[in-house]
Design a protein around this ligand. Structure first.
Ligand code: NI
Length: 165
């Protein structure tokens, strides 16, 4: 199984590329993403977290979904704050402000174009995973004073990421 890339790994900071074709490679990657996500009790995973800079998300908010080339076409003005964590930033949990509702356009694993509305917890997962495709991590979005408070823990993860590469 591919390893989960950790904070400090440059692949997590790249803007991921669009998937041009949903082929065997992409479908195998998606399968592996689900395996890694479930093995680590995750609820979402983005391809860059496995070292692959492609715009693919998997999530399971009670219903497993694959989103290929997702686009957030609507974000509500109304925001809500909730706790987030990330398999690439282990053992860190911080409050993040997100839109309460989003509408996402994406292709599923069968190459069917879908548009779906997500609210609350599910909208939070989508926004978190979508950010990974643009090289954004949830710890980038927390207040500076919280980031300062967890600075040592973040540096430890960066050190681990160096050893992992
Ligand atoms: Ni994450």
């Amino acid at each position: 199984m591919r390893k989960i890339r950790l904070l400090g790994d440059p692949v997590l900071r790249k803007k991921a590329k669009e998937v041009s074709q949903i082929d065997e490679y992409v479908l195998n990657l998606v399968k592996e993403m689900f395996e890694v996500m479930y093995a680590n009790d995750g609820i979402g995973l983005a391809a860059p977290q496995l070292g692959v800079s492609l715009r693919i998300i998997v999530m399971d908010d009670g219903k497993p979904r694959v989103m290929i080339n997702p686009q957030i076409v609507y974000k509500s003005e109304e925001k809500i704050v909730g706790e987030e964590g990330c398999l690439s930033v282990p053992e860190i949990f911080e409050n993040v402000e997100r839109s309460k509702e989003v509408i996402v356009k994406y292709r599923d694993e069968n190459n069917v174009e879908r548009e779906e509305k997500f609210v609350d917890y599910s909208a939070r997962i989508v926004q978190h995973e979508y950010d990974h495709l643009d090289g954004i991590l949830f710890v980038d979005l927390i207040p500076a004073e919280r980031r300062a408070a967890i600075r040592e823990k973040l540096l430890d993860i960066v050190k681990r990421s160096v050893h992992q590469r």
